[in-house]
Write a protein that binds this ligand. Structure first.
Ligand SMILES: Nc1nc2c(c(=O)[nH]1)N[C@H]1C(S)=C(S)[C@@H](COP(=O)(O)OP(=O)(O)OC[C@H]3O[C@@H](n4cnc5c(=O)[nH]c(N)nc54)[C@H](O)[C@@H]3O)O[C@H]1N2
Ligand SMILES: Nc1nc2c(c(=O)[nH]1)N[C@H]1C(S)=C(S)[C@@H](COP(=O)(O)OP(=O)(O)OC[C@H]3O[C@@H](n4cnc5c(=O)[nH]c(N)nc54)[C@H](O)[C@@H]3O)O[C@H]1N2
Ligand SMILES: [Mo]
Length: 706
């Protein structure tokens, strides 16, 4: 079944259908060529329309990552000081029985004691099975603290849900038919390549592309216009666009009357934001705003489709949730939803009918209601003592599918927490990451080439299946199997701990997806309406696009969306007069792939992009080692003078592994744990810094280490 005719000469070679596991909107369908039990090539599946046979550079290097000489292939136990990265090989039995003994001791004192154990996971794999199925069953049975998984998208998702009623939007393929595309807070060429293919198609058909991004990204280079606003000012821009649509009467009055809620109130608010006011806030000109409004408004008059691809880059600031609300309101003003190529897309994840109760079994909690801790404040939380408000101090941390020491904000505190001698830390990993360095046990996990899984997408509407292409390497086991065996060691006897991975794959969507088709083709398209909101029918409480949210008002929040300024708003006379953003590097996937040499060679080294005038004011040149600092810490890297940076904003690209950086830190040494207005998410791009020349030479790496 998993063998389709191989286009390769080696008669022993077969091709196996899979799914890219990474946290990216594209969720590509993969074809892995296997010869003599070894995966020799990973390609995009030409039969999957969205993948169209093409992969990004990094995932086409997946075999290099899987067979990397530094893969962790057997369980490891710490022998050196925490963080020193010294481990010795132990057997699975020894590791799991010791871990179970430690967890039992923490849980023993009483029904709530297990809350001192915290699972920490995110999207190392997006698979529903190797993500949160057996793992959640285990933690539910244990009664561990619950984790609020906010580190990426929850601000924008909350904004979208309040406005449109769900994590829903345009279908990505219809962008190809749009006449105007706003690419808003998205470096699509780097982080959403298969959307970019549709945008290119539209461009060839005469569409205008506008990029709204503080950084002159690779995507901005290829758009007709680039609006380089200051980070965190998107709400002010959206309000001024509304102002212009109103004063010029570029509105779809019929759509507004029938399918929206709160138009009069939003109208009054938007009229307070003439382009001159917003331009001041955004650090752009009023003419740029007027021109953009004219392009958008023209689509109202001509009934040509205007589409917005908004992405998560613009919601990593204080007002990120409100900014997404404002942007999600725009299509209703001009009636863009009437056409299938009009509207907005942030995420399509709400389309997928995932049976989470079946996978995760919250019923195993019985009548216990453990506390929920926010993954984005792990730095603070690891340092908190027991208290009535917080509950017990965190005594054990079980990390899988995540690298918090590198990716969580304010890493100075995260590291301090992981260093605690009284914290018991288990890390399930492929590699000895910055986080694994602090583990008491590292357990070897399989990669996507070695296990079963099923995948939803947040950029298209297809379900994908992943078949294992090769046997697990060394002693590696799937996450599911590790938690199954740990459950056994704990003495859990519920039958749900015996479900195998194929059973979990079948359970994920129940009857909503034809599993036999998924087995045969590797993907299945969900049936959705072409233009979901052409006649309103928003899945909000009112059934309308909710400009005004009674649900938020009931929580004491502003019922109307507004511009919410950054915590650390740009101010040229402050002690930290530069705004730093730290968007992903094109050839890494967050901190994944940083240790793959061929990809690291393309990225080079950690760099800070700075505009020539900001560099001149500081006497800096490209190649200088700089100290980037604020009240939270110091990060050292090399400077690159670049027109990709606008005046007043520096770009620290990529979530590098700390230990592969110049001085053992990365950009998150500087980011803060303050949370967004909605969704309790981190504010990575709401971060003021100062930059100065480091006194040492560039090659003095070791002496720079703290
Ligand atoms: N190659 C690659 N692809 C990836 C990833 C990766 O690491 N590498 N990461 C994946 C993940 S987890 C995610 S969540 C997505 C992220 O992908 P996106 O949702 O596209 O988000 P970011 O890459 O964070 O930022 C996109 C752009 O937003 C800009 N930006 C920053 N601040 C602001 C702002 O305040 N306003 C506006 N308008 N723009 C701003 C940045 O300069 C950047 O060019 O990509 C996924 N795809
Ligand atoms: N400064 C700054 N920080 C950021 C961001 C930013 O733009 N700027 N982006 C943020 C965003 S959007 C996100 S989503 C987070 C991402 O944060 P994470 O979800 O932690 O993502 P990764 O850094 O890719 O780390 C995932 C880890 O999971 C491991 N892994 C992969 N598959 C498996 C598996 O099957 N089993 C096990 N056990 N492990 C596996 C990989 O080896 C890798 O080390 O980072 C956030 N941090
Ligand atoms: Mo993300």
């Amino acid at each position: 079944m998993n063998q389709i005719s191989p286009p390769v000469a080696d008669a022993a070679a077969t091709q196996v259908l899979g799914a890219c596991p990474h946290d990216c909107p594209d969720t590509c369908s993969l074809l892995t060529t296997v010869a003599h039990g070894v995966a020799i090539k990973v390609q995009g599946n030409p039969d999957h329309p969205h993948t169209d046979g093409a992969l990004c550079t990094k995932v086409s290097r997946y075999p290099e990552r899987t067979y990397h000489p530094e893969r962790i292939l057997h369980p490891l136990k710490r022998i050196g000081a925490k963080g020193s990265g010294q481990f010795q090989r132990v057997s699975w039995d020894a590791a799991l029985s010791d871990i179970a003994t430690r967890l039992k001791a923490i849980a023993a004192p009483g029904p709530d004691a297990a809350q001192a154990i915290l699972p920490y996971s995110y999207a190392g794999t997006m698979g529903l099975v190797q993500g949160d199925s057996m793992a959640m069953r285990f933690f539910h049975k244990l009664g561990a603290s619950l984790l609020d998984r906010t580190i990426c998208a929850s601000a924008g998702c909350e904004g979208l849900v309040q406005t449109l009623g769900g994590k829903l939007g345009m279908r990505v393929e219809f962008f190809a038919e749009a006449k105007l595309i706003l690419i808003w807070g998205s470096n699509s060429i780097a982080s959403n390549l298969h959307f970019w293919r549709y945008a290119q198609e539209a461009k060839r058909q005469g569409a205008k592309l506008v990029c709204i991004d503080p950084r002159k990204s690779e995507t901005a280079d290829k758009c007709h216009e680039h609006i380089a606003l200051l980070p965190g000012t998107d709400g002010a821009l959206a309000l001024a666009l509304m102002h212009e649509l109103i004063v010029n009467d570029w509105l779809d009055h019929d759509y507004l009357a029938q399918h929206t809620l709160g138009w009069d109130l939003l109208r009054q608010r938007a009229l307070q934001w003439p382009p001159e006011r917003s331009a001041q806030v955004c650090g752009i000109t009023p003419e740029q705003i007027r021109a953009l409004a004219k392009d958008y408004g023209a689509c109202a008059a001509s009934r040509e489709p205007a589409a917005i691809r908004v992405n998560y880059g613009m919601q990593r600031v204080h007002g990120g949730g409100n900014a997404v609300r404002l942007i999600a309101c725009l299509p209703a003003l001009i009636g863009a939803w009437r056409q299938r190529a009009g509207g907005v897309l942030l995420t399509s994840s709400g389309t997928f009918p995932v049976d989470r109760n079946a996978l995760q079994r919250p019923d195993l909690l019985a009548d216990r209601r453990p506390r929920t801790l926010n993954m984005s404040t792990i730095g603070d939380d690891l340092l908190l003592p027991a208290s009535a408000a917080f509950g017990p101090a965190i005594k054990a941390l079980i990390v899988y599918n995540s690298n918090p020491v590198a990716v969580a904000p304010e890493s100075g505190k995260v590291v301090q927490g992981f260093l605690r001698e009284d914290l018991f830390t288990v890390v399930l990993e492929h590699f000895q990451t910055d986080t694994a360095d602090y583990a008491d046990y590292i357990l070897p996990a399989t990669t996507q080439l070695e296990h079963w899984d099923v995948h939803s997408s947040y950029g298209h509407t297809d379900v994908l299946l992943n078949r294992p292409a090769v046997a697990p390497l060394g002693e590696a086991k799937p996450n599911t199997q590790i938690f199954r065996e740990l459950a056994q060691q704990m003495g859990y006897t519920e039958p749900s701990f015996a479900d195998d991975d194929m059973t979990l794959c079948r359970m994920a969507y129940g009857n909503a997806v034809d599993f036999e088709q998924l087995l045969a083709k590797g993907f299945a398209t969900l049936s959705t309406e072409d233009a979901p909101f052409a006649d309103g029918k928003f899945p909000t409480p009112s059934g309308k696009c909710e400009f005004f949210s009674a649900r938020l008002a009931a929580q004491g929040l502003d019922g109307l969306p507004d511009h919410v300024p950054n915590y650390e708003a740009f101010n040229s006379s402050s002690a930290y007069p530069l705004a730093m953003i730290s968007p992903p590097a094109r050839n890494f996937l967050n901190s994944t792939f940083v240790n793959v040499k061929s990809l690291r060679d393309i990225e080079g080294e950690p760099l800070l992009e700075m505009h020539a005038s900001d560099a001149a004011a500081r006497g800096l040149q490209s190649g200088d080692v700089v100290r980037v600092f604020n009240q939270r810490g110091v990060y050292r890297c090399k400077l690159k003078i670049s027109n990709r940076a606008r005046v007043g904003v520096v770009n620290g690209l990529g979530v590098w592994w700390r230990k592969l950086g110049l001085a053992g830190t990365n950009v998150n040494q500087l980011t803060s744990q303050a949370l967004t207005d909605l969704g309790r998410a981190p504010t990575f791009y709401d971060c003021l810094v100062q930059v100065e020349k480091e006194a040492v030479k560039a090659d003095a790496t070791l002496s720079l280490r703290a």
